[in-house]
Design a protein around this ligand. Sequence first.
Ligand code: SF4
Ligand code: SF4
Length: 73
Amino acid sequence: MMKNRSMCTCAQCPSYTSCMKEKNELLFCSTGKSACNVELKGCLCPTCPVTGMMGLTNAVFCAKGSEKEQRGK
Ligand code: SF4
Ligand code: SF4
């Protein structure tokens, strides 16, 4: 999990906000929606190494919820 966190590319995403940074938020695919307001300006999840490694089928996790939540399980 910590390894995944260090691989997370959210901090380089145009949708990533100072609010998210202040809250030390990353790895939304695992933790679910951000506690901050999200104004989507793109999403780097599809090209993030965690997506390939974990076989993620969703994206925009900060706004839509974790992979598990988006799979409806
Ligand atoms: S898939 Fe998205 S939320 Fe998950 S680690 Fe990668 S950039 Fe972060
Ligand atoms: S989950 Fe996707 S849209 Fe949200 S900050 Fe991470 S890369 Fe950007």
